[in-house]
Design a protein around this ligand. Sequence first.
Ligand SMILES: [Zn+2]
Length: 171
Amino acid sequence: MPLHLDNNDIAIIKSLLKDGRKSFRQISRETGITTPTVKARFERLVNIGFIKGVLPVFDFGKVNNTDDVIQLQNINKVKTKKEKKYFDKNAHNNLLKEVDKIKEQITNGLAIDLECDYCHGPVLGKPRVLKFADFERFFCCNSCKRDYSEKYKGRIESIKRMYEGKSETES
Ligand SMILES: [Zn+2]
């Protein structure tokens, strides 16, 4: 069963598309969604693998002409050595077009396929969710959830301890 994005998810994503460096508090002020909810939703979008990263957007118009042959590879490790390509003026425009396309596609109810965090198979039914600290993990069945909890017991416990320590010092 896919995860359906709701209005909160969409508002947060749209806000981040304008500026990916915004703090959770800034997004909260802008959208009217509480800061803890912004944080939880952002982390969930990362956990399910929909937000893969937040990248800087470059203005290649600022590149000095004498140095304008920049290896795209050095800026964004998209190309392998074999495909080594040099930066062309259109790359920046294409990137912005890509972002516009993404903005159009981000709509309420967008369904995100979930992958089991243990067996990596598709989550077809209602996902079994394991929550600890800021994390959420999704599983296809109870046995995957149990096996994951067993396998990463130590790591989960230490994350919980760190998280509790952090929230104590914050309050
Ligand atoms: Zn599974």
